[in-house]
Design a protein around this ligand. Sequence first.
Ligand code: DUC
Ligand code: ZN
Ligand code: ZN
Length: 477
Amino acid sequence: MAGTPGTGTTLITGGTVVSPTGQTLTEVLIDGETIVALLAPGTELALAAERGAGAVIDATGKLVVPGGIDAHTHMEVPFGVTTASDTFETGTRAAAWGGTTTIIDFATQMKGQEIRPCLETWLAKADGQCAIDYAFHMIVGDVTEGSLKTMDALVDEGITSFKLFMAYPGVYYADDGQLLRAMQTAAGNGAMIMMHAENGIAIDVLAEQAAARGDTAPINHGYVRRAELEAEATFRAIQLAKVAGAPLYIVHLSAAEALEAVAAARHHGRNVFAETCPQYLYLNLEDHLGAPGFEGAKYVCSTPLRSKHGPHQRDLWQGLRTNNLAVVATDHCPFCFKDQKDLGLQDFRDIPNGIGGVEHRMDLIWQGVVAGELTVERWVEVCSTTPARMFGLYGRKGVIAPGADADIVLYDPNGTTTIGVATHHMNMDYSAYEGTVVQGRVDTVISRGRTIIAGGAYHGRAGHGRYLTRGLSQYLT
Ligand code: DUC
Ligand code: ZN
Ligand code: ZN
């Protein structure tokens, strides 16, 4: 690293710049916080040397990619009697270590609350804490007349996506009438509806029956949250969105049957999109949720991990290739094993739902490139460019081009990364990927012109990250 990061110019030279449409040997010139030029190799380096000013980063042998955008995180979110263990400070620092330079977190309204004060609470939690830029979706956990009006206002203020729940009766759950009304509101104001698509009423019946039988181990979380109940809810959400004329984005899709419903809707030209998460691509019900003793609690998340005997993981990779799955996000919702996951020692229903992974998304999805499942270009697209387009950040984020924020990752395809609790930076006392050694390594991370990761060290600071207001999705026709 040379020069003063974040001030004056920085030239990234010698690297291969990757976009969704190709790879080129290009120099990237940054001025302050912004990318100002892409230049043929050698053009600017000579000039910079002559001027004797500015920083030069040698990216020889590295991929130069737009900073990752994790469109689904839950820092500090309350869950039952506990709270997700990463704060905005620790979680965004961990994200930076993993090559993610923007998160879109969920400001959260629960049943009986008003949206506005909830949003204020989330803005206050994040204010001055983040290492990287951040934005919010709004969870609408109580669809009332007031909530619908506030949705309109929030779109004007740059919160352009709303998550609704078909699961968690009594906490976030919306019935079909409420879903329809929220979708009609989105159809009117241009917002994206994000859906947690699981039939929560049926799940609660099965969970109650399992507990009554004495089936209280963590794997029962997966047994009762059946794939059919994800598929049914996904199909129902798609039909309701059609009736309302609203766009729909299915979050954390894990079941092959749910993907089929998305694929069919997309085949018919509908504005239906879906996201999956690394845990569904790599972890499974039997080996992880069904791990001996109480170990499976580490893998309790919703939607749940699916059976390794089904077609799920194969179909999810295929969906990523065909764009029926457009985005990989983490659903980062971390809880420690001790004092958090172990709340459910006696009953799987008391295990807080969530897996932490904000730090590992770029590396884990890179393994899809290593395995021949995805191209390098598609890796950039699902991890950065499409989330930016999907959620109204494109231009500033998700692209290496003049005028864009200088959010850039230098990725070393020949490096290796060891994942585990001893090396990760998330505030978790375990790792869902403990001991995994993956090919590829985040080498350097630049956030709005400032080098925040380099040489195996963190150079960022809490408060560097700015709150981003967003435009409407670019995918709506
Ligand atoms: N859904 C999420 O999106 N995150 C955590 C828990 C859940 O059910
Ligand atoms: Zn969810
Ligand atoms: Zn989530």
